[in-house]
Design a protein around this ligand. Structure first.
Ligand code: SF4
Length: 450
């Protein structure tokens, strides 16, 4: 265990460190937080679509495939495990129509897609026939031949060699495999639909197809994790030789099976989730091990094979203010500085499209200052920011405006301030989501995202 001791020899914890993993997500994916979004923004969204767009702003398309074989006990996404073939046909028809409805708007004229993201849920759940049909319809509305990235999320147990070939054929450049852990007891306990056998089966197929980028997702702190199981998962993942590895820290957003059991404090599903310090120590160990195996840190939670020309365009563009059309139930769009979400109910979403309307739900019209904060906090998750980017784009000196916050984070060893560069330390990266609310407007502090 001396190996462990060395790795968790961080400076003493500060008031910034949370101990217990409570119910409520700390993961920062947008700003201002969703709990401040409102239901009456549809007209404003429509107005934004009808205005012309900035050809210099990258444009992306997100397609939400909300089906999974089984619901993971830590999952809070809008997913369905009970839909039959007719339901899936109906959903995919609505999704294709939704994409088609966006195409004529002035906002998108003359703007080829820069990135495409198939997320979920489980995009790899749908059949090859469904996938090819969806892609043909989507491309007829928004061709993606010039896109820098087409990303696709997969659950190992839904893949076959022929399905992977079809995924490659539609132009996917970044295939992401939701491995999460390689211990069967942990996968089962946490309600994952796949076991390690399926992971080991599909990895050689993925590699044989030579996707430009192959990413593996892991979660540090799944229920049942110990140092021994984590060592094993990290070792087996190193052997997979993926191009990038993304490591999330386990959270307990509201509405997950685990969170409900915890809040009710009954039933056999009350989870024993590792505390934040342990989850950080596990992530820290994994980072060290991947660095040894010739990876380098490319964001707070991503490691990339050294010298590989990879970049996660979806994330990097979105966090620098790209426009993205989010299609599918509950999907989120960012267009012309306006944020909005599609209706979150199955019938509400489908009904709107079947009656010829875009399915707008809640939204938020941020001020320019809020857009600046959004970009600053999201880019900090990449590991560093350049103050000159913010003075050029927003006319704001972030070091001056947030002097006290940056100084105290520097004093706590979370970051260093160099010439035109604010660089998060490892210590800062391991707890970045917990640090970012310090930059929020006072009205938005103390809100959890989900
Ligand atoms: S596979 Fe992903 S989206 Fe599906 S239930 Fe599990 S965590 Fe949720």
């Amino acid at each position: 265990m001396s190996r462990i001791k060395n790795l968790i020899a961080e400076p003493a914890t500060t008031a910034l460190d949370w101990k217990k993993t409570d119910v409520g997500s700390v993961f920062v994916s947008n700003y201002p937080p969703y709990s401040f979004w409102q239901d009456d923004t549809s007209e404003r969204v429509m107005g934004t679509l009808e205005e012309s767009g900035d050809p210099e702003t990258p444009l992306g398309l997100y397609l939400h495939i909300p089906f999974c074989r089984k619901r993971c006990k830590f999952c809070y996404f809008r997913v369905y495990t009970d839909k039959n073939a007719r339901d899936i046909d109906r959903y995919l028809e609505a999704l294709a129509q939704e994409i088609g409805r966006y195409a004529p708007y002035e906002r998108f004229r003359g703007r080829p897609l820069d990135f495409v993201y198939f997320g979920g849920g489980t995009p790899s759940y749908i059949s090859v026939k469904h996938l090819k049909n969806l892609v043909a319809r989507a491309k007829a509305a928004f061709p993606w031949d010039q896109a820098r990235e087409v990303a696709f999320e997969c659950e190992p147990g839904t893949l076959s060699q022929s399905k992977l070939e079809a995924i490659r054929e539609i132009g996917v450049t970044r295939l992401s495999l939701g491995v999460e852990n390689l211990n069967d007891a942990i996968l089962q306990e946490n309600g994952r639909a796949h076991l390690s056998k399926e992971i080991h089966e599909v990895v050689p197929w993925v590699k044989a197809l030579d996707f430009p980028e192959f990413n593996v997702d892991l979660i540090s702190g799944m229920v049942g994790e110990t140092w021994e199981t984590w060592f094993e998962t990290v070792e087996r993942t190193v052997e997979m030789d993926a191009d990038t590895v993304t490591i999330y820290q386990m959270e307990l957003p509201f509405n997950t099976t685990y969170s409900k059991a915890l809040l009710e404090e009954n039933g056999s599903d009350v989870p024993n989730v590792a505390d934040w310090e342990t989850k950080r120590a596990w992530q820290d160990y994994a980072i060290e091990r991947f660095l040894e195996a010739d990876y380098e840190v490319s964001s707070y939670n991503t490691l990339t094979k050294r010298d590989l020309p990879t970049s996660f365009v979806y994330r990097e563009a979105l966090w620098r203010g790209a426009d993205m059309i989010g299609t599918g139930v509950a999907s989120i769009s960012h267009i012309g500085g306006v944020h909005y979400q599609n209706k979150t109910g199955w019938e509400d979403y489908l009904g709107d499209l079947e009656e010829g309307r875009l399915p707008f739900g809640r939204g938020f019209i941020p001020t320019r200052g809020e857009l600046m904060i959004r970009e600053m906090i999201l880019q900090l998750k990449l590991g560093n920011i350049r103050p000159s980017y913010f003075s050029d784009k927003f006319g704001v000196d972030v070091l001056k405006n947030y002097r006290t916050t940056y100084s105290s984070l520097e004093d706590d060893g979370m970051l260093s301030i160099e010439e035109d560069r604010i660089q998060l330390s490892r210590r800062g990266m391991l707890r970045v989501d917990q640090l970012l609310p310090r930059f929020y407007d006072v009205n938005y502090r103390n809100s959890r995202y989900t």
